[in-house]
Design a protein around this ligand. Sequence first.
Ligand SMILES: [Zn+2]
Length: 239
Amino acid sequence: MHINVHAGHNPAGMTASGASGLIEESTENRKVKNEVIRQLRELGNTVYDCTVDNGKGQMDVLKKIVEKCNAHEADLDVSIHFNSAANDMSGDGRTTGTEVYVYSASSSAVLPAERVCSEIAALGYRNRGVKYSRDLYILKNTKAPAMLIECCFVDDRDDVRLYSPEKMASAIVRGIAGKRPGDTEGTEEAEAGKEITEAGGTEKQIYCVQTGAYAVKANAEAMRDKLVKAGFEAVIVKK
Ligand SMILES: [Zn+2]
């Protein structure tokens, strides 16, 4: 695939930089963006970095990003942002979570957007789902199907506690490409289909297949229910 990836906004400290909270959007979205690009390239995709670091204002940043995106023939545009206004600086034990915007229900970015949501949710974030917006400049003006990822909230202690740029990027890459470098099989649902088996001979080695590890019990229960619904046996084990 040919994929355009960019981090939203100017760099931190400049005009038109992103949201601030416990972490800075413009710092973190660049870390995630770099790792997403690295992994997608390692998987053999052609990836263009369309990030803009010299916008004169918010509209100028957006225009320059779209110019860069539309200069390439791409299959997908990926815009990386962080959300704000959760207002949970001390943490209430629940994440506010992740959401991904696409232009409309008929965009071919809907399916990968849904996968990105569930892969990020599998890290333990609340899944706010795929949302539609005809107003977001990037979604409206890019030629290729586009998705705008709001990874998680900069002003929610629970989101920030769970956050690592590498894990966030890996989840995004799995959502877009179905796997990340190092994955031998496809998605975690496919992994869950493998049976627990015993090695031959006298050795009693048990191989367990794990689908996720969650700090929040409700998220573990949600994944278990999803697996059971999909026809897999699933149990919750405390570690
Ligand atoms: Zn943003």
